[in-house]
Design a protein around this ligand. Structure first.
Ligand code: S3P
Length: 428
């Protein structure tokens, strides 16, 4: 799949969708299952390219991992059984694999080289490398260790207390995972709460971890215990259909079994504040994570300000929230989201480019964007920037344009949502 042309949708969308497993949780399940002793069964694993990178990384270190569709079985033999990989590890487009693996590889007593695709090679790694070096890690690479390829000479690490300078769950997770191998305690303090799937799963796998407000402490532990994981549906994938339901006249869509961890539900808060017609049912706790069914119906929406502590709770949803805002009455201001510039692409520039090509009134700022709605959207040819979330936002936009939308390359969608077009067509 390269170029894709989508016709506008001139009727209501209705139906039920089961979005695929959560990307963040799928990565973490592979990581902890591979470090643990015993058999870990993972169900509803996200069969997307990024998560496959994490599987391949551990297979290259000798871990037995088998996968049948969305079910994965890991026969974990514990940390000491991991072996030096014979080849450099390729992480493709996956920032999560890279940053979390840096934390782990730093504490394993062997040498590894890691590299990625063109986008990953541009993304900053010093945010992880700097704290790991404070823990005594030996990491080197381009730009004094900020850019891939990087090489890691694993060794005994020492614990530390670290206050995160960036709002990043990947950095928090890398330091906590390194803490599993470090002498003494490792404490991470956040200024703003980011997703806490690593902490939840470390608890489930028997790590010695304590949480108090925005501070998390882990004590060295080489004996994680295997624990089965059922992965909730990814709210970041559900977000595309939540927006579709909210903006397409007459729509009524239900998304079943979606992860509702509070550190991820910023999009729901935004939709409610914008006056969306949204309902959550069957909320329940599964494998330590909240899940539920979300129903969204079309309604008149109003612009709002999105800033401060909510930003990490919806950081990956901002491209599709910008589209939502273009169909809301009044002004929507998104602030404090400078992290968007270092995602798979500069998502401020990409969103502004795509939505203004389609006729939206949108302006980029240093840390976000300002969107004035409601604007009728027109067809056109848009660039995906090889970014899955930009490509999917463009596809959802095409539902409300007056003419066809051509996406230059939609292949990146398989990174997080391989069945996206199948699900989209099922609603049409
Ligand atoms: C992720 C954290 C976020 C998010 C990314 C996945 C994770 O990145 O954007 O898609 O799984 O920890 P940052 O940690 O860079 O904010």
């Amino acid at each position: 799949m390269a170029e894709v042309t989508l016709a506008p949708c001139n009727h209501a969308l209705s139906g039920e969708i089961e979005v695929p497993g959560d990307k963040s949780i799928s990565h973490r399940a592979i990581i902890l299952g591979s470090l643990a002793n015993g058999v870990t069964n993972i169900t509803n694993f996200l069969d997307g390219e990024d998560c496959m990178r994490t599987i391949h990384a551990f297979q290259s270190m000798g871990v037995s991992i088998t996968k049948e569709g969305s079910t994965v079985t890991i026969d974990g033999k514990g940390i000491s059984a991991l072996k030096e990989p014979k080849e450099p590890l390729y992480f493709g487009n996956s920032g999560t694999t890279t940053r979390l693996m840096l934390g782990i590889l730093s504490g394993l007593n062997f040498f590894t080289t890691i590299y990625g695709d063109e986008s990953l090679a541009k993304r900053p790694m010093d945010r992880v490398v700097n704290p790991l070096r404070e823990m005594d890690a030996t990491i080197d690479g381009r730009n004094t260790g900020n850019l891939l390829p990087l090489s890691i000479r694993g060794k005994q690490l020492k614990g530390m207390e670290y206050t995160l300078p960036v709002k990043s769950a990947q950095v928090k997770s890398a330091v906590l995972l390194a803490g599993l191998f470090a002498d003494g305690n490792t404490t991470v303090v956040e200024k703003t709460q980011t997703r806490d799937h690593t902490e939840n799963m470390l608890e489930a796998f028997g790590a010695d971890i304590t949480r108090s407000g925005l501070s998390t402490t882990i004590t060295s532990n080489h004996k994680l215990i295997a624990s089965d994981v059922h992965v909730p549906g990814d709210i970041s994938s559900a977000a595309f259909f939540l927006v579709a339901g909210a903006i397409v006249q007459g729509s009524d869509i239900t998304l079943n079994n979606v992860g509702l961890n509070e550190t991820r539900t910023g999009i729901i808060d935004v939709l409610i504040k914008m006056d969306a017609d949204l309902e959550i049912q069957n909320k329940r706790l599964v494998s330590g994570e909240w899940i539920g069914d979300i129903t969204i119906r079309h309604s008149e929406l109003k612009g709002i300000t999105i800033d401060g502590e909510i930003i990490p709770r919806l950081i990956d949803e901002i491209p599709v929230i910008a589209l939502l805002a273009s169909q809301a009455n009044g002004e929507t201001v998104i602030k404090d989201a400078e992290e968007l510039k270092v995602k798979e692409t500069d998502r401020i520039a990409a969103v502004v480019d795509v939505l203004s090509t389609l006729g939206a009134n949108i302006q980029g700022t240093e840390d976000g964007m300002i969107i004035k709605g409601k604007t009728p959207l027109k067809g056109g040819k848009i660039a995906s920037y090889h970014d899955h979330r930009i490509a999917m936002m463009g596809a959802i936009a095409s539902l409300v344009t007056n003419d066809t939308v051509t996406i230059d390359d939609a292949s990146s969608i398989s990174i997080s949502y391989p069945s996206f077009f199948e699900h989209l067509n099922s609603l049409k």
